[in-house]
Every structure is written in C-alpha cells, then in structure tokens.
Design a protein around this ligand. Structure first.
Ligand code: NAP
Length: 260
C-alpha cells in the first residue's frame, strides 16, 4: 500500500485496454485515490463505469489541445479536492493516415497537432500543477513515451518526433520544478494493444518482433507498466527525477540478436 493517503489525476483513460487503466488499477491496489480527466462529454459517459470501479466518480472535462483548458480543469479539481500528490499524463494523438509510409510526408498540420497534444500539453500540465495543485507540498508527475523516440520504428513517424520532444521536456521540466519538490519522469513502455496503438501501421507485427527480441521473451502487460508507474509516483522513488525508465521487457537493451 505504498500510495496510501495519496490522491492523483489520471489523464488519458479511454477504455479497459488503455495503459492508463493498468496504471489506475495498480495505483488503486496500492491505496491511492484517483480522479480522471477526459476529452469530451461523450468520453466522460463512456468511462464513468470504469472510473466507478476504480473508486472514483470524479471525471473532469479537459481537452488538452485547447488553450486554457488545462488551467480551467485544474482550477475545478483544486476547488473540489485541494492539493494533489501525483498526475499521470497518458495522452497522445496523431492522424492515423500519417502513421504509415514515410515520415517525411507528414503535413505541417499533423506535425503541429501531434506535437500540441502529445508533447506541449505535458509542459502545460506540469506548469499548471506547479502553480495550483502541487505548489505547497510538491508531488510527482509522469508521462508515457515509446522507444520510437530513440531508434527508428517503422510507421511510428511523427509520433516518434513528438516523443523525442516529450522526453527532452521531462528533463527540462524536472530541473525547472525540482525546487518545489516536484519530480518529473517518463515511462518508456513496450508496445501494447490499445486504441491509440491500433492507429500505427502494422502494429501487430511490431509487437511480434518485440516479443521475439525481448530478453524476457514476452510483450509487456498493463500490470508490468502499472506497477512500475506506481513505484515512480510513490515516495519509494523520492530520489528519481528527469528519468526515462524503460518498462519494455528489456527490448531497448538489445542490439544484435540471433533467433533462438
Ligand atoms: P489510449 O487508450 O487510446 O489512450 C490515449 C488517450 O489520449 C485517450 O484517452 C485519448 O482520449 C487521449 N487524448 C487524445 N487526444 C486528447 C485530447 N486532445 N485531450 C485529452 N485527451 C486526449 O492509448 P494508450 O496506448 O493507452 O496511450 C497512452 C499513452 O501511452 C500515450 O502517450 C501513448 O503514446 C503511450 N504509449 C503507448 C504505447 C502502446 O504501445 N500502446 C507504448 C508506449 C507509450 P479520448 O479517448 O478522449 O480521445
């Protein structure tokens, strides 16, 4: 129960397959109280049963692509719940049509949209948290990233560029907010079948290749990711900030490997 007495915000729960679901389950099992943000009224209705099972009836609207929305949502949360101990940013978006073929064909509009939702929103989440929700007691903030930021993963395209920028943001923001006692990290998760991932061209093949390369000879599970995130959000990780932690069954450590 390493999260007993802690409360936090989960941003990016779409359904039971979401990485945010695995993280939420682990956090709840370790004693945390949760509240959720979601993009629209439609998604709010869609996730209300799941949020209820995770012990929360509190779902706040927040479309992170819109100016002022994160600040407004965090104000609402602060008024209702007071200070917050942790935030999980589990949000990304890019046009499905551009998650296949050559990266260099990406349009300006898709580049800016992917960067806005998948990277800039994290910066704004951290800034607003520091000003409102974590100003007094500090806290811990986590983003989700993927190995495509480090090496070419075919079809990951513009999302890879956004993840590289996100990972660099993690380091810079960790330095910016360290004096407030706020830790900022990212988990680089192995591939896992979710709604967002299904938009990446030939995703099943990416999972298969990963499974075969991985030292643990398996794909990562929601639980693997969830428990690692809980550790990073807890006081057990009090000395860890600015880090990108791979939770990928070891895949990112492999250079050349013969078939076994
Ligand atoms: P997911 O279940 O589809 O979650 C993506 C979430 O992003 C959804 O809840 C979606 O909300 C939200 N979102 C998109 N645009 C938004 C906006 N403008 N405002 C607010 N929320 C918005 O997929 P997932 O795979 O779990 O993705 C979660 C995170 O993990 C992402 O950062 C992803 O890049 C990362 N990741 C995924 C994998 C993988 O293989 N699946 C691996 C490594 C990292 P709506 O449902 O309301 O649209």
């Amino acid at each position: 129960m390493i999260m007993q007495g802690k409360k936090g915000i989960i941003m990016g729960l779409a359904n039971r397959f979401s990485i945010a679901y695995g993280i939420s389950e682990s956090l709840k099992n370790n004693g945390a109280s949760l509240l959720f943000t979601t993009q629209t009224e439609y998604f709010k209705n869609k996730i209300s049963d799941i949020a209820g099972e995770l012990g929360s009836s509190n779902i706040v609207l927040c479309d992170v692509s819109q100016d002022g929305e994160i600040e407004r949502a965090f104000d609402e949360i602060h008024q209702e719940c007071g200070d917050i101990d942790f935030i999980v940013h589990s949000i990304a978006f890019a046009d499905k049509n551009e998650l296949t073929g050559k990266y260099c064909n990406t349009t300006r509009a898709n580049f800016l949209n992917a960067m806005n939702i998948s990277c800039y929103s994290f910066t704004e989440v951290c800034r607003c948290a520091a000003q409102k929700l974590m100003a007094k007691n500090g806290g811990s903030i986590l983003a989700l990233t993927y190995y495509g930021s480090e090496k070419v993963v075919q079809n990951y395209n513009v999302m890879a560029i956004a993840k590289s920028a996100l990972e660099t943001s993690v380091m810079y923001i960790a330095n910016d907010l360290g004096d407030l006692g706020i830790r900022v990290n990212a988990v680089s998760a192995g591939p896992i079948k979710t709604l967002a991932a299904s938009g990446v061209g030939n995703f099943s093949r990416i999972m298969e290749i990963d499974r075969n390369r991985s030292p643990l000879r398996k794909n990562i599970t929601q639980r693997d990711i969830g428990d690692a995130c809980t550790f990073l959000l807890s006081d057990m990780a009090s000395g860890i900030t600015g880090e990108i932690v791979h939770v990928d069954c070891g895949c990112s450590t492999i250079g050349v490997k013969f078939d076994t």
